[in-house]
Design a protein. Structure first.
Lengths: 248, 429
């Protein structure tokens, strides 16, 4: 859809673009929490409490994201996703489940899901991941060669970053960090998401290495351009966003 | 066995000796009777001649005839004064030492003393031969017994060694081993011992499994309400009209809750790693890449804290779980940061040794005293100096569990100065 990722709207506007989300959860109270919290964020929610029914629903209607529990009646989460993929339904799937071991996660992702959240989780985490999945156009992420935010330009082909034409020298990890933020520009990316996507850590180190790397990168960018693009949203994560337009 | 043989030989020997002696006596008596018969038939006058003739003919006997008042008048047996009946005459004079005679003395009709004797030397010789033969037979018998016993004992020792070996494996931490079952031969006590051990191990494994499940369930069950509490505190913290003192208190509560949640997560992780939940044996992991990636992730924090980091990694792969190996390195780095003073140098390395791959994190800080090095790996162990700092004390036990999961040996050595923690992957690749 987008050959060039050009972000111009501020963070808040992104929230208005609600996603159509299918929630497949048989525990009524969890389903209620999920749907009210996601609904409050501006998304359209449909809840199904059964795996087989979900298969029908997902195959017959278009959804931007599916939030699926692994333990379901009649057809469990994994089998559901596998069946959907076989039928060519490529809707991004986020598993939310109490099954939290490494083996569980591997099995879940192998069945065709795109992301995996272990209960209990913070809703900010859920929201960030749902939005990230909803934004993703399967297959087209690789086509986003140039990412831009205000005067910052990232060329993913030769892995170089420029501020207003002048190159910014970033270490590989810093580049990757910036890349993840830019791919999700305008939406918060949580610390856990960064740990996973930048460093491949599926554990939570005591040391806040994310914060340290972000602040180092901020210094480099601000040295180059003088503007603060990366904001920390407490409890939600980090977001890269153009500076707010100056109000007249 | 040997005792039995000795007793048997001694008994046999004395039997043989007794029997031989009886024969000897019979022979001597027989000869005496024959001589007395001749005296009765031919008179006593011819007796010396007879004795001389018989001596010359050598029937195996020695004789002596002592006439009262005249002393020995015939025969070579120098028996001395003597009296009737049996006696043992020991060698004198011309017979030399060592020659003893069993002799029988009897009065002739005229009152002279006739003595017939036989050399005991032969008997002694024979006894010696017999004794040697018996000893020899006894010895061979004993050796045979010993041989047979050793063959059976070897088998028994071997089977006992298998059981002992199984027990060692369990002590080393592997509860899944069992004593192999009886083969297609008759069951015996050792098989029963093996079975008993197996049943005991089943029970222990079951109990530990239950205990682990309880711990895991508790951790699971408590996480959700704790999590909710954390959410509420976060919302409270964001309240705009919260007084500063309350805000600070909320901050402290949040930190405490975070610690609690971390502890539960660590417990669950420990349980997962130690349990049989890791379904497969893993994939080929580029350990050099893991070491570098994790080290570089911590570099900014290490340098900001006033310490230095060096990476000494060369290409090496092991079969395992990249996520767990990354966590192992991360935990060790954080441990090193926490226990060294500002200015310390940290090193992360990976490489190949003679035994296989190895992964290490070293520092030049105060190190850990040798007697504490094993103890620090135990869950919840805290060195006295870090007792009040944040942390659950589970970090190193997770490291130990991950190492064990990969069949790696964890070593804590003196880094001269400092601490060097090495995971040796002794994988028979």
């Amino acid at each position: 859809m987008q050959a060039l990722g050009t972000i111009e709207a501020p963070v808040e506007d992104q929230g208005r673009k609600g996603l159509r989300i299918l929630v497949v959860e048989d525990d009524a109270s969890v389903a209620m929490e999920l749907s009210s919290s996601l609904g409050a964020a501006g998304h359209d929610i449909i809840v199904v409490d059964d795996g087989l029914a979900a298969l029908d629903t997902a195959a017959s209607a278009i959804f931007d994201v599916m939030v699926v529990d692994r333990l379901l009646p009649h057809l469990n989460g994994e089998a559901l996703v596998r069946a959907l993929r076989t039928r060519g339904v490529s809707t991004p799937v986020l598993f939310v489940t109490a099954l939290g071991t490494i083996a569980d996660r591997v099995a879940g992702l192998e069945s065709g899901a795109d992301d995996y959240l272990v209960k209990p989780f913070a809703f900010e985490e859920l929201h960030a991941r749902v939005k990230a999945l909803g934004r993703r156009n399967p297959g087209s992420e690789a086509e986003l060669i140039r990412l831009r935010c205000s005067d910052l330009l990232m060329n993913r082909l030769d892995r170089r970053v420029f501020w207003d034409g002048a190159e910014v020298d970033l270490l590989p990890l810093e580049y990757r960090l910036l890349e993840v933020l830019l791919l999700n520009a305008g939406q918060p990316v949580t610390r856990m998401m960064l740990l996973e996507q930048v460093w491949g850590f599926r554990f939570d180190p005591r040391t806040n290495i994310v914060e340290t790397h972000i602040s180092r990168m901020r210094s480099k960018l601000e040295e180059a351009g003088g503007q603060r693009l990366i904001r920390t949203i407490r409890g939600a994560g980090y977001v890269i966003t153009p500076p707010p337009p100056i109000a007249h | 066995m040997v005792l039995a043989f000795t007793v048997a030989s001694l008994v046999a020997r004395s039997d043989i000796q007794a029997s031989t002696e009886r024969t000897l006596r019979r022979e001597i008596l027989g000869e005496m009777t024959s001589l007395q018969d001749e005296v009765l038939r031919q008179g006593e006058g011819r007796l010396p001649v007879t004795l001389q003739r018989r001596t010359r003919l050598w029937r195996g006997f020695e004789y002596e005839l002592i006439r009262p008042g005249q002393g020995a008048v015939a025969g070579r047996l120098d028996a001395g004064a003597g009296q009737s009946g049996w006696s043992v005459v020991s060698g004198r004079g011309k017979w030399g030492l060592g020659k003893t005679f069993l002799s029988f003395a009897q009065k002739t009709p005229s009152g002279a003393l006739l003595i017939v004797g036989k050399n005991l030397f032969d008997l002694q010789q024979e006894m010696q031969t017999v004794t040697w033969r018996l000893a020899g037979a006894g010895f061979i018998g004993a050796m045979l017994c010993l041989g047979v016993w050793m063959v059976f004992a070897q088998e028994t020792w071997r089977r006992l060694a298998i059981i002992s070996d199984t027990a060692d494996h369990v002590t080393a931490g592997d509860l899944s081993v069992r004593v192999p079952g009886a083969k297609a031969r008759r069951r015996d006590d050792i098989d029963d011992l093996g079975d008993a051990l197996n049943q005991m191990l089943d029970r222990i494994q079951g109990l530990i499994g239950q205990l682990r499940q309880v711990t895991t369930d508790v951790a699971h069950d408590l996480r959700t309400p704790l999590f909710r509490m954390r959410q509420k505190l976060e919302r409270l913290e964001r309240a705009k009209d919260l007084p500063l003192a309350h805000r600070e208190a909320v901050g402290v509560l949040q930190d405490d809750l975070l610690e609690l949640l971390r502890t539960f997560d660590a417990l669950l992780k420990l349980s997962e790693i130690e349990g049989a939940n890791l379904a497969n044996d893993g994939v080929e992991v580029d350990v050099e890449e893991v070491a570098r990636r994790v080290a570089e992730a911590f570099r900014p924090d290490i340098e900001d804290s006033g310490r230095t980091l060096a990476v000494e990694a060369s290409p090496v792969t092991v079969k395992g779980h990249p996520d767990l190996l990354a966590q192992l390195v991360a935990n060790l780095i954080e441990n090193a940061m926490r226990h060294t003073p500002v200015g310390s140098a940290l090193t992360v390395g990976a490489g190949v040794t003679a035994h296989g791959a190895c992964l290490w994190v070293a520092d030049n800080g105060p190190g850990i005293e040798p007697h504490l090095r094993q103890a620090v790996l135990a869950p919840y162990f805290r060195l006295s100096e870090s007792r009040n700092s944040p942390g659950s004390g589970l970090g190193l036990s997770i490291v130990a569990a991950i190492a064990a999961r990969h069949q790696a040996r964890l070593r804590l050595d003196d880094n001269g100065p400092g601490l060097r923690v090495t995971a040796d992957f002794d994988q028979a690749a």
